[in-house]
Design a protein around this ligand. Structure first.
Ligand SMILES: NC(=O)c1ccc[n+]([C@@H]2O[C@H](COP(=O)([O-])OP(=O)(O)OC[C@H]3O[C@@H](n4cnc5c(N)ncnc54)[C@H](OP(=O)(O)O)[C@@H]3O)[C@@H](O)[C@H]2O)c1
Length: 322
């Protein structure tokens, strides 16, 4: 039974970052989730509406003091901090007596931890029934799993993925991967071995995947190209059918067959488009497909909202318009 009319309070730690602010803008459209806490170590005391041009008009950023968070603990707590901080933050909150009904972590800290439920809603929504701690998937790892999961049973070898991300994927803290003067008019490869999202996609697809990322001089969006083997004689139409069948009940995922998807068509939306489905006419069994998403939405904030809705037994896309 849906509980779409029940109101829940929600707090965000890391609220002024790229992901936090996307989620706050989405919450402005959500009928029953009410932002009651926005934590920032650098903007404490400032009106979130003044800083972000979104959020409730009467709410200001607060600091990370666990005692005050515990005192006014929201029903849902979203962690959108840099990697490496989740466990110590939760330990501190636990000691202060904070007991949110639901915690969702957008960092990579909990994606390999069995105490946390890792979920892409279109692939494993059933895991979220009564979930209390959710590990939200990474952006490239989301695109890899969306494009590979429906066809992985066909492949006998290791798929290879090549991802290009906008520079917001590196967060707002200055780094060579979000310095527009360095990225200007080029594509910059990085982490050719050992990228965390290679490990994440491999772990959650239960199959090794190879992955090479690059960063581009546009702000947001991911183009993820997957190359994989299929049995000789497989057709583009058959591959397209596998995607359409897998995502038939998923309004956020669109499959456009052999047509090449454009990242511009998903930016600022919670959607993914899978297309560019190809069978090489010259090399038997060589196949490819492309998935495009907005890294800040389907790769982070809107996927988190889908997961929160499902865990709270709300309609899966409440507050989201694909
Ligand atoms: N960007 C993406 O495309 C993307 C996609 C999927 C997942 N993620 C993950 O989501 C998380 C947030 O990413 P982002 O891109 O929003 O990063 P960001 O723009 O750099 O924001 C990081 C946020 O964390 C806060 N913060 C920093 N140190 C903190 C601390 N010690 N305690 C509490 N808060 C702290 C910052 O605010 P103050 O400095 O004001 O405290 C800021 O709000 C990261 O774990 C990232 O890996 C990002």
């Amino acid at each position: 039974m849906s509980t779409d009319t029940l109101t829940h309070s929600i707090g965000i730690v890391g609220a002024r970052g790229y992901v936090g602010r996307e989620l706050i803008a989405l919450l402005d459209q959500h009928p029953t989730l009410r932002l009651s806490l926005a934590v920032s170590t650098t903007h404490t005391g400032q009106s979130i509406r003044d800083v972000l041009d979104a959020g409730p008009p009467d709410l200001s950023f607060t600091d990370t003091d666990p005692v005050s968070i515990a005192h006014d603990c929201p029903d849902v707590l979203v962690l959108a901090m840099p990697n490496g901080r989740t466990h110590s933050f939760i330990d501190t909150l636990d000691r202060a007596g904070a007991q949110p009904k639901l915690i969702i972590d957008l960092s990579a800290d909990t994606r390999f931890d069995d105490n946390w439920i890792y979920t892409i809603p279109e692939l494993h929504a059933e895991r979220l029934h009564n979930a209390r701690r959710i590990a939200n998937p990474g952006c490239y790892a989301t695109a890899m799993q969306l494009v590979l999961a429906p066809v992985l049973h066909l492949t006998a070898t290791t798929p290879h993925c090549f991802g290009v991300s906008g520079y917001s994927g590196a967060g707002s803290k200055p780094s060579p991967r979000n310095d527009t003067s360095l990225l200007d008019a080029g594509i910059t490869p990085y982490a050719l071995a050992g990228h965390l999202h290679e490990k994440e996609a491999s772990a959650h697809l239960y199959r090794p995947v190879r992955f090479a990322p690059s960063v581009a001089p546009f702000f947001r969006g991911i183009v993820l190209t997957a190359l994989f083997d299929v049995p000789d004689g497989t057709t583009v139409e058959q591959l397209t059918d596998f995607y359409n069948t897998a995502y038939t009940d998923s309004p956020c995922i669109d499959c456009i067959g052999p047509e090449m998807p454009r990242v511009q068509d998903v930016v600022n939306t919670p959607s993914a488009i899978i297309g560019g489905i190809t069978i090489d006419p010259a090399i038997p069994g060589r196949a490819g497909a492309v998935c495009v998403i907005d890294n800040l939405l389907k790769g982070a904030a809107s996927q988190a909202l889908q997961n929160i809705n499902l865990a709270l037994n709300l309609s899966p896309l409440l507050g989201l318009a694909p």
